[in-house]
Design a protein around this ligand. Structure first.
Ligand SMILES: [Zn+2]
Length: 356
C-alpha cells in the first residue's frame, strides 16, 4: 500500500512501463563485443546479464572462479506489491527461477557451480530475494555485503557464517585509503567502495534501516529486506604479471554526487587499470542531480553496461520493458557526453564480451 500511495502521489509515470526501443537492448542470445585490441587479443571476459542487476562475470584466464551480482527472476508485480505482499508474503518463485536459468546457456549450471563470490550492493528484495534458492547451485560461493545483508541471509541452509562476509570493515575511504582487496583467485580481486541509495519514489526509500542481528527466518514480505549500508565494488582481472588488465565498477543503486566523488577518489587510489567498464543503474537515474555524471566523468570508461534497466515489476518470462519511473531517451542523452554510444542494455541471457 505504501508503494502504491507513494507512486500515485509522486507521478503516474511510476505506473507505466516504457518501450525498450530507445535502449536498443542486446538480444538474449547475442554476444556484444567490446574490443580494446586489434587482431591479436590475448585475454577476455564475458559479462552475462541475468536480469535486473544480476551479472555473471566469467574471466577467461581463470574460468574456475566466477563472480556474480545477484539477479532477480521472481519479479512480484506492482499489484502484488500493493495488496498481495502484506497479506500473503512474497517468496522466491523457484519454478520460474529454474525455467529462467534453463533459458540462459551463458549462465548454465556448470558456470553457476563455479561462482566464488556474490557481490551485494544493498539488502533490498530486488537484489536478495532470489539468492537463497540460488545457493544450492553455487556450493562454493561466499556472499559479500553489508552487515545487514549478512544477517538477512543467516537462515539460508548451507550458507554458514564463513560464507556470509560483511564488508563494512574493508571499504576504501579515500585516495590514500583505498581498502584491501578481497582475493577471489590469482586472476581476480575485488575491492569495496562507499556508495549510497537514492530514494525509490519521490523522497521515500523503501525498507530503510539495518538488520543488526542474524534473522532466524527469511523476511515474509518484501519490506523485510532492509536496505542496510550500500556499497559499490571494483572487480579487477589481473594479468600474469599481476597488473590490473581490466576493471569492472559495479553498483546497484543510483546515488548522489558526493558519494560518487568519494568512490572516484577510492578508485584513484587503487592500482591503475588499463581498461575500465562500468555497470551503472538505470532505475531512478534522474532522481538526484549529477548521476551518473560524476562517476563517468572521473572514470572515462571504455564501456557502460546498463543494469537495473528492465522493469522488475513485470514477469521475467516476458520480453523486457524499461523500468518504471524513467524516460529512456533522457538516459541516452545523459550518457552521450561521457561515453557517446559506448554503452549497452543487455537483455537477460545476453553476453558482453570484453577483449584485450
Ligand atoms: Zn534498492
Amino acid at each position: 500500500m505504501v508503494f502504491l500511495v507513494a507512486a500515485s502521489v509522486s507521478s503516474c509515470r511510476w505506473l507505466r512501463t516504457g518501450l525498450p526501443q530507445p535502449l536498443h537492448p542486446t538480444a538474449p542470445e547475442a554476444v556484444l563485443r567490446v574490443d580494446a585490441c586489434q587482431g591479436a587479443c590475448t585475454d577476455s571476459v564475458d559479462v552475462v546479464a541475468m536480469g535486473v542487476a544480476g551479472y555473471l562475470v566469467v574471466p577467461w584466464r581463470d574460468t574456475t572462479r566466477l563472480v556474480l551480482t545477484p539477479p532477480m527472476f521472481t519479479n512480484p508485480t506492482v499489484w502484488w506489491m500493493t495488496f498481495g505482499d502484506l497479506l500473503f508474503g512474497t517468496r522466491p518463485d523457484t519454478a520460474r527461477i529454474t525455467r529462467r536459468l534453463a533459458s540462459m546457456p551463458a549462465a548454465n549450471a556448470d558456470r553457476l557451480s563455479r561462482v566464488q563470490a556474490v557481490l551485494v550492493g544493498h539488502g533490498h528484495y530486488d537484489h536478495l530475494i532470489d539468492v537463497p534458492p540460488l545457493v544450492p547451485r553455487m556450493p562454493h560461493a561466499v556472499v559479500y555485503g553489508s552487515e545487514t545483508v549478512r544477517n538477512l541471509l543467516a537462515p539460508v541452509p548451507g550458507l554458514d557464517s564463513a560464507r556470509r562476509v560483511a564488508v563494512d570493515g574493508m571499504v576504501g575511504r579515500d585516495r590514500e585509503h583505498a581498502g584491501e582487496p578481497i582475493v577471489i583467485g590469482p586472476a581476480v580481486e575485488v575491492r569495496v567502495m562507499p556508495w549510497a541509495h537514492a530514494p525509490n519514489v519521490g523522497s521515500i526509500t523503501i525498507a530503510p534501516g539495518h538488520q543488526r542481528t542474524p534473522r532466524r527466518t527469511l523476511p515474509r514480505t518484501v519490506h523485510g529486506w532492509k536496505l542496510g549500508t550500500t556499497y559499490a565494488y571494483a572487480i579487477d582481472l589481473l594479468d600474469t604479471n599481476r597488473t590490473v588488465a581490466w576493471r569492472l565498477v559495479y553498483h546497484d543503486a543510483s546515488a548522489g554526487a558526493d558519494v560518487q566523488r568519494q568512490a572516484a577518489a577510492v578508485l584513484a587510489g587503487m592500482p591503475a587499470a588499463r581498461q575500465t567498464a562500468v555497470i551503472m543503474t538505470a532505475a531512478n537515474f534522474d532522481i538526484l542531480p549529477l548521476y551518473p555524471d560524476v562517476l563517468l566523468a572521473h572514470l572515462a570508461p571504455q564501456h557502460v553496461i546498463l543494469g537495473h534497466w528492465d522493469d522488475f515489476f513485470r514477469s521475467s518470462e516476458r520480453s523486457e520493458r524499461v523500468v518504471r519511473g524513467i524516460h529512456a531517451p533522457d538516459l541516452v542523452e545523459r550518457l552521450a557526453p561521457y561515453v557517446g554510444d559506448r554503452w549497452s542494455a543487455p537483455r537477460a541471457g545476453a553476453v558482453t564480451r570484453f577483449r584485450w
